[in-house]
Design a protein around this ligand. Structure first.
Ligand code: GDP
Ligand code: MN
Length: 375
């Protein structure tokens, strides 16, 4: 889960890391507070690059303050607005804690060049961190912050805590001007306090009804076996049912390259039971306005393709779509899966084409799009 800046700054403050005086206007119609000093006005969105997008504005007087809030509310009507004391900058630094997947270790990242362009700056120092070790190799002036940051990172089961910039002010303070925190969702069981964070999505909208329904698929007594809960609604008209994370991402690209617009992203994998795949398929096919269905995945090793494609065939028999359907899948039981799909296609007069291991997965996107466009 990603925290909003105003939430992340509460977490930093509680850990003793200095943050600006601040006030979050959570509702779009919350009145502006009395201005007692120069302020920064910042849109609360779960994305970086706000500075460059005009979503971080400084206001030196009442008029600029009203303008800044109005401009940000016009750009992001649903976002909260954070108002905080404007810091007078001497230097902007970068400091973060995360995991390095190549080193397979937690790492401290720091740079004397913080601010809006640090992502493109290769001169960020990378220091492996051993949990509970007495000290870490960081400059003296950053030491106090770094120690608190590392303790916080582990205690809060964070995947990332990034302070960019940490500002050295004209009056000699070090203050976290920005804060990004990503929590490790798998640790939620030992953080009951996380339940009080309001629901959020990186798509910057609330979950749709179908997304909520999909989340329930992996709960229940069969929850441990396989997964079919991943469903993200998008604004295109080609429903997709993909298998495996890597193949799914590759297929999304292939669909876009073939001129298709996905109605959803979804993925099932790990040999899920029939009921889970049926439930996901029902959700994906319930979206109005569909013009095609693409069922694709790699060559499975351990997933029962007869069961999973059989589950999709069950739902096709209920829904009887009139739009074209292309399937590309192979692995154990694929013959049975193909037979189940072709059986329902004959029964219900579906426009369905099936491909196996002999045809590259990504090529079948074009096959579907040609069918959709009637070529
Ligand atoms: P981001 O672009 O989404 O990372 O948003 P930030 O919160 O980091 O703000 C963007 C930039 O605005 C920062 O890199 C700073 O250069 C500047 N900024 C943020 N807070 C302050 C502040 O209190 N005073 C001044 N002068 N600049 C600030
Ligand atoms: Mn920043």
């Amino acid at each position: 889960m990603y925290l909003f800046e105003y939430e992340a700054k509460e977490v930093l403050a509680a850990a003793g890391i200095p943050v600006p005086e601040r006030l979050a206007l959570l509702q779009p119609n919350d009145p502006l507070p009395q201005m007692t000093q120069r302020v920064m006005v910042k849109a609360q969105v779960l994305a970086g690059g706000r500075g460059k997008a005009g979503l971080v504005r400084r206001a030196d007087n009442e008029e600029e303050f009203a303008q800044a809030v109005a401009a940000i509310r016009a750009a992001r009507p649903d976002a909260a607005v954070l108002v905080e004391e404007a810091l007078e900058i001497v230097e902007e630094w970068y400091v973060a804690m995360s995991y390095d997947t190549a080193l397979r270790q937690p790492v401290l990242l720091w740079s004397r060049q913080g601010g809006v362009d640090v992502e493109s700056d290769r001169a960020v120092n990378r220091v492996p961190v051993i949990p509970n070790a007495p000290s870490v190799d960081a400059p003296d002036d950053l030491q106090p912050i770094v120690e608190k940051l590392i303790a916080l990172f582990f205690a809060h089961d964070a995947r990332l805590i990034e302070i960019n910039p940490i500002i050295k002010t004209t009056d000699g303070r070090l203050v976290a001007a920005d804060a990004k925190i990503t929590l490790d969702d798998d640790a939620a069981f030992r953080h009951p306090e996380w339940a009080s964070y309001p629901e959020r999505s990186v798509l910057e909208r609330a979950a749709t009804e179908r997304e909520r329904a999909a989340r329930e698929i992996d709960s229940g007594s069969q929850g441990y076996r396989g997964t079919a809960s991943k469903y993200i609604e998008l604004d295109g008209d080609i429903a997709v049912l993909f298998s495996g994370g890597g193949a799914s991402i590759t297929c999304m690209d292939a669909l876009a390259a073939a001129g298709g617009k996905p109605a959803n992203y979804s993925e099932y994998s790990g040999n899920p039971p029939r009921e889970k795949v049926q439930a996901l398929t029902r959700i994906a096919l319930s979206k109005p306005g569909l013009r095609g269905l693409w069922i694709a995945g790699g060559v499975a090793n351990f997933t029962d393709i007869g069961e999973t494609l059989g589950a999709i065939a069950d739902v096709l028999r209920e829904v009887k779509p009139s739009y074209p359907i292309v399937v590309r899948r192979a692995g154990p039981g694929a013959d049975a899966g193909q037979a189940a799909l072709e059986q329902v296609a004959t029964e219900c007069n579906l426009k369905l084409r099936f491909f196996g291991a002999e045809t590259p997965m990504t090529e079948t996107a074009q096959v579907l799009m040609d069918m959709v466009k009637g070529r």
